[in-house]
Design a protein around this ligand. Structure first.
Ligand code: SF4
Length: 494
């Protein structure tokens, strides 16, 4: 058991709000926690970028620029700024009874001689967990002695559209809701402090809280402790919260006889698990793909979805395609041809991507896209923003066909492990050679990060070329495996 730190940050205490075992393990057994993934790091970075952007709307403040881990230095600097009557402070630090919090923005009101707190969240709406988070923060600040007039949650406005960023943020006065929570905070925090002082790891069952709103870093440890196998009732598709009802009844293995009331798809997954035999309905596959028209055009986009919009007509988190790969297959026997596009510059990719896309997809054949809803939505969004291409772009969406529902409805292999994602389906049907293992850019998150680095003027040309090559390989792979998958469908639907 480790010695407790003198101060516990709000972020750490919030872990305990979510799960008391999480904060305990984080303090006493941090080695059991999974490392932060690049996707998680990107989320943190995005949150910081949104926080910095929000400061522009409260200009003229002074930043407590001590590092996040410098608690005592931050407290000292905040005291100095308060003593010198600084009217707006960014990242001010406060403490009360061992609890520590930093406020994104605080602003002094001359009228009331009290302070307004603005806590910035990078979401597009107020969420329940934000109220817990801001409640704890405001409680620490209030108890530390700062007179508070108002508590506000600031989040991104989904209606904002670039280039007008004046309404980028929405400010919600949550003072009344937060003050209602004050009485429950001290008992909750005291309970947490007494738990983390013991030498006993608290007993907490696993559940939906391990996955929502984010996957817990101790999941591997806790789930192993509970004996959850690699494939269990928790992996059954579309079982939602019911899976936890089964789990809590001790139904963990998918061959448990008590597993009833399953949908046909779930039942198929169970049957394949028991028999080990692949499910394949060739006749139905044949009927489902009979209307697909040659030349088949296999299409995949890579997109970015910045929190702070950058391009005309886009809002927070709207996807913007910066890359595509297209393979064209004229007939079942023909060689396939390849077309690709990558916008290497920080400007809006769409004005150059759209003509290249229309050219690559010309003709009347079906456009094959795995989870085609995504490509359809991106194309329709572009049609809306670039009216001169609207008709041609909308016509593309009429040609889109999707192998995903065909596979979901008529094929199941135990190696899918309950998932119908391309990355699960491809190695199971086409072999491990077609897996994404070892690729430098191996998923959508990697592709977005590579793109950001490529368009960054500080990136060396060597690094840029390396990333560009890896990004092109990844997107090409996505359409290439679709070609192979569709060939497989043809072969298995005779
Ligand atoms: S995995 Fe679940 S039970 Fe374990 S610490 Fe995390 S949230 Fe708690």
């Amino acid at each position: 058991m480790r010695a407790l730190p003198k101060l516990l940050s709000k972020t750490r205490i919030m872990r305990g709000y979510k799960c008391v075992k999480n904060i305990y393990l984080n303090i006493h057994h941090p080695n059991l926690e999974a490392e932060i993934t690049p996707d998680q790091q990107a989320l943190f970075d995005q949150g910081n970028a949104v926080g910095e952007e929000a400061r522009k709307f409260f200009s003229g403040g002074v930043l407590v620029d001590n590092k996040p881990w410098d608690f005592f230095g931050s407290l000292k600097k905040t005291r100095e700024l308060l003593a010198s009557k600084t009217p707006i402070i960014y990242e001010a630090a406060f403490e009360h009874q061992g609890c520590y919090a930093r406020a994104d923005i605080i602003k002094y009101s001359l009228d009331t001689q009290r302070w307004k707190i603005y806590e910035v969240k990078s979401s597009t709406k107020v969420k329940e967990e934000h109220l817990d988070d801001v409640g704890l923060q405001a409680w620490i600040i209030a108890k530390s002695g700062l007179p508070i007039e108002e508590i506000n949650l600031v989040h991104l406005n989904p209606a904002c559209r670039f280039p007008n960023l004046e309404n980028l943020f929405e400010i919600n006065d949550v003072t009344a809701q937060i003050r209602e929570r004050y009485p429950s905070i001290l008992p909750k925090v005291s309970q947490l402090f007494s738990t983390i002082k013991t030498d006993q790891v608290p007993v907490v069952n696993i559940g939906a809280h391990c996955l929502n709103p984010h996957e817990c870093g101790f999941k591997e440890h806790c789930w192993k402790e509970k004996g959850v196998p690699a494939f269990s009732v928790l992996n059954l598709p579309k079982l939602n919260d019911k899976k936890w009802e089964y789990f809590n009844q001790g139904i963990i293995s998918v061959d448990d006889a008590r597993l009833t009331d399953l949908t046909p798809l779930q039942q198929r997954v169970v049957d394949v698990f028991k028999s080990g035999e692949r499910f394949l309905d060739s006749k139905s596959i044949k009927a489902a793909i009979a209307h697909w028209k040659f030349p088949l055009v296999f299409l995949d986009f890579e997109t970015m979805s910045p929190a702070i919009p950058r391009y005309i007509g886009t809002g927070p988190y709207m996807h913007v395609a910066f890359q595509f790969s297209v393979h064209v297959m004229t007939s079942k026997e023909s060689e396939v041809t390849h077309h690709e596009f990558f916008h290497e510059f920080p400007t809006d990719p769409r004005p150059t991507l759209i003509p290249a896309l229309l050219k690559a997809c010309e003709g009347e054949g079906s456009i094959v896209s795995y989870y085609g809803r995504f490509e359809t939505d991106r194309i329709l969004e572009m049609a809306k923003s670039f009216s001169e291409y609207a008709e041609q772009l909308e016509a593309l969406t009429q040609r889109i066909v999707d192998p995903l529902p065909v596979i979901r409805d008529f094929i199941y292999d135990k190696e899918f492990k309950g998932s119908f994602s391309l990355k699960a389906v491809v190695p199971a049907l086409l072999g491990e050679d077609e897996s994404y293992e070892g690729m430098k850019v191996a998923n959508g998150g990697d592709a977005q990060r590579a793109y950001e680095e490529i368009i960054n003027s500080k990136t060396t040309s060597e690094r840029k070329n390396e990333l560009l090559k890896a990004s092109l390989e990844y997107c090409k792979k996505d359409t290439w495996v679709m070609v192979e998958l569709v060939k497989w469908l043809f072969e298995n639907s005779k």
